[in-house]
Design a protein. Structure first.
Lengths: 53, 398
């Protein structure tokens, strides 16, 4: 089991992903926002499997 | 001149929301949670409405069009088995595959020794619920998904890909269904978003009821910690699906965590402290919750009074609706309470008599929504559902 404790709404937290990226030349907020929005879909998938289906 | 569908929708929305605010609308709103009944009425099999959601949507819209209902759920046959097959989930019996085509889908709980979560895994769940679900739980409930460390397979990859895409497709389609209900029939989509209590989730999908009952005696501290770990996630899921307009409530489906399924002490020490804060936080954000209290919750009615007035709608299944109204009626709207057995084996006259009794004793001052006790399946007689509807319209005027 990994040590990272995921906050609600996240599968791979931005803080973890950001460490993998090279220094960002563009808008870092844009990269963070889109990462978190798409990551949230993965989160919803597993939790809806548990709760809804 | 007849009303436009949008005018009808706005009128019904006002009626429905006013009742949910425990006020008196122009008439009693009718909001039946019709599941496989829609198939019976529209001429489909249970297999068709479970496996082909477009047919389920059509059947729901046909019922909404033909009956004078204020609000319905876009699809109360809530499991689209095309999705559950894509992930190859083991816990559903699908009509036409595992059970006869005219039987509603079934949830299959494994025996205690094969529970989807083992008793020694509480710490893993508590430490990181999302990780546990992806890496331990999902590989156990799916026949295709393999756990980390095992060789991946074609079916494993496909299960995630197809499952994710199917879920997105289904949720998109549900959004369109709600819009069609509004445009075609002026019907309100009754709920938005889903919630289950942490202890119910442990019983439903993780430890199973027998496993949880044992854990409550042998490791109650772990059960409490697991519920606390699940809380923020269940709140997040509920909030993500909640109505952005804040008109209709999140539905909380309450299964087997009332007395006598659990003891009064476990309810007070574990269930309530890990459920009440979620309901309060949803209310803080402007969302009501429909407590769809399946079974009998009479023992807990006084406890529900602790919730902020107006924050929930209490739905009566086998609870005593007259007692529920006496204890909760000054704070919360009540819904339901018309026995499903009556709709199934009673006569239209008996249905009307019972509806009259409920309206007379519970709905006099508003704050009541007409519905059956539990979701209406294909054992209900069309004439009895019609009797419920027509009588409420006729007698339920304020």
């Amino acid at each position: 089991m990994e040590e990272v404790k995921r906050k609600p709404g996240a599968c791979i937290p931005w803080e973890e992903k950001a460490k993998e990226l090279p220094p960002l030349s563009g808008d870092p907020e844009l990269v963070r926002r889109v990462w978190e929005e798409v990551d949230f879909l993965g989160y919803l998938f597993i939790w809806h499997c548990l709760v809804s289906f | 001149m007849s009303k436009s569908k949008e005018e009808l929708y706005q009128e019904r929305l006002k009626r429905y929301t006013k009742a949910m605010q425990n006020e008196k609308p122009d008439m009693i709103p009718i909001r039946p949670f019709v599941a496989e009944f829609t198939a019976l009425y529209a001429g489909y099999t249970c297999q068709e409405v479970t496996h082909d959601y477009e047919k389920a949507f059509l059947a729901a819209r046909k019922c909404a069009a033909d009956f004078d209902w204020d609000a319905v759920v876009g699809n109360m046959v809530y499991v689209w088995t095309g999705l559950t097959q894509a992930i190859n989930l083991t816990y559903y019996a699908t009509p036409g595959i595992d059970i006869p085509p005219d039987v509603g889908f079934q949830y299959r709980e494994p025996p205690e020794e094969k529970a989807f979560m083992k008793p020694e895994e509480y710490d893993d769940l508590i430490k990181d619920p999302t990780d546990y679900l992806f890496n331990v739980w999902l590989p156990r409930v799916s026949q295709d998904i393999v756990p980390p460390g095992k060789p991946t397979t074609f079916r494993h990859n496909l299960a995630f890909l197809k499952g994710g895409m199917a879920m997105m497709q289904y949720f998109d389609a549900l959004g369109r269904q709600n819009q069609l209900l509004r445009e075609e029939t002026g019907t309100v989509s009754a709920i938005s978003g889903i919630l289950k209590a942490p202890l119910d989730i442990l019983a439903d999908k993780l430890r199973g009821y027998y496993g949880l009952a044992r854990d409550l005696m042998e490791r109650p501290d772990k059960v409490l910690a697991a519920c606390e770990a699940l809380m923020p996630h269940l709140f997040q899921v509920a909030l993500s699906g909640a109505d952005p307009e804040k008109n209709v409530p999140v539905a909380m489906w309450m299964h087997r965590t009332s007395v006598p399924f659990i003891s009064p002490r476990h309810f007070q020490d574990i269930y309530w402290p890990t459920t009440k804060p979620i309901l309060e936080e949803l209310w803080n954000k402007g969302h009501q919750t429909l407590l769809y209290a399946e079974g009998n919750w009479d023992f807990h009615l006084s406890t529900f009074r602790e919730l902020p007035a107006g924050s929930v709608i209490f739905h009566v299944d086998r609870s005593d609706i007259f007692k529920a109204h006496r204890i909760l009626g000054d704070r919360f709207c009540i819904s339901g309470g018309i026995p499903n057995t009556l709709l199934s084996i009673g006569t239209p006259e008996e249905v009307r008599d019972y509806c009259k009794k409920v309206i007379d004793e519970v709905a006099r001052d508003g704050g009541y929504i007409m519905d059956a006790s539990a979701i209406i399946q294909n054992d209900a007689q069309v004439e009895n559902v019609k009797a419920l509807t027509d009588f409420t319209r006729e007698y339920g005027q304020y």
